[in-house]
Design a protein around this ligand. Structure first.
Ligand code: SF4
Ligand code: F3S
Ligand code: FES
Length: 247
């Protein structure tokens, strides 16, 4: 049975406002369905980014009642009929209009991670990866680049000035993935994580892991092991001895 839901949606750019709408909801719908109905019936100029409606493209990220979520994966049945559903754009990125933000910070950070570097003379099929290594990186490769973890992390959410030096959980995860790859020959990934990507600013609050729609254990399986690798390489007494000699 359908009902009329109360939605409150951010409209406009930075100087915009929250606007109230009453909109029809039908059984089995998700927030994105209702946003589309809103667009079709009352707000044809409302900007919203989406693509797959299946939780796989990472485009429809927004904040629903203050929580960073994918609109296409947020079931209307999880709200009561009397509840007001408030939808705002991701707060960590510059707002373009309505629910659409400029997420180019993430692409800049992505480009700063040196690519996977396998041995130059490795022939196709020459190396058989151990199952344990396959499984470890499989979790990380589930990332759909929705940037909800980036949106949530207080290091950049509350401190714009940290964007210069901090790449955010998504790209630290990528560094960790490459660092754990048995064939990656790029040197110094832990040191890059510390120096170029600001790993030290992460104080393992785990908020990023809590909002990840792919349930990637970002903090436990990527960030903490990466921090341990930094400690191993940076504070290992033998490596320190040789580093000192080189200096
Ligand atoms: Fe989204 Fe998770 Fe990837 Fe972060 S790690 S971008 S939350 S899928
Ligand atoms: Fe931020 Fe996640 Fe670390 S929320 S502080 S990157 S554990
Ligand atoms: Fe693709 Fe929501 S529309 S993840």
């Amino acid at each position: 049975m359908g009902y009329q839901a109360h939605f409150r949606v951010w409209r406009g750019a930075d100087d915009g406002e929250l606007r109230d709408y009453t909109v029809e909801v039908n059984e089995g719908e998700v927030v994105l369905d209702v946003v589309h109905r809103l667009q079709a019936t009352q707000a044809p100029d409302m900007a919203v980014r989406w693509n797959c409606k299946a939780g796989k493209c990472g485009s429809c990220s927004a904040e629903i009642n203050g929580r960073p979520r994918l609109m296409c994966m947020a079931r209307m049945s999880t709200f009561t009929e009397a509840e007001t559903v408030t939808i705002t754009p991701m707060r960590t990125f510059p707002l373009i209009k309505d629910l659409v933000t400029d997420v180019s910070y993430n692409y800049v950070k992505s480009r700063e991670v040196p690519a996977f570097t396998p041995p130059a003379d490795l022939e196709p099929g020459e190396y058989r990866m151990q199952q344990v290594d396959v499984q470890r990186s499989q979790e990380f490769r589930k990332c759909i680049e929705c940037f909800l973890c980036q949106d949530t992390c207080h290091v950049i959410r509350d401190h714009e000035e940290n964007k210069e030096t901090f790449s955010g959980p998504r790209y630290l995860l990528r560094v960790a993935e490459l660092e754990m790859h048995p064939l990656d020959e790029a040197r110094g990934r832990p040191e890059q994580a510390r120096g170029d990507h600001g790993l030290g600013l992460c104080n393992i609050t785990k908020c990023c892991s809590e909002v990840c729609p792919e349930n990637i254990r970002i903090t436990d399986n990527a960030l903490i092991p990466l921090k341990e690798r930094v400690a191993d390489t940076r504070y290992d007494p033998i490596l320190r001895f040789f580093r000192k000699k080189e200096e």
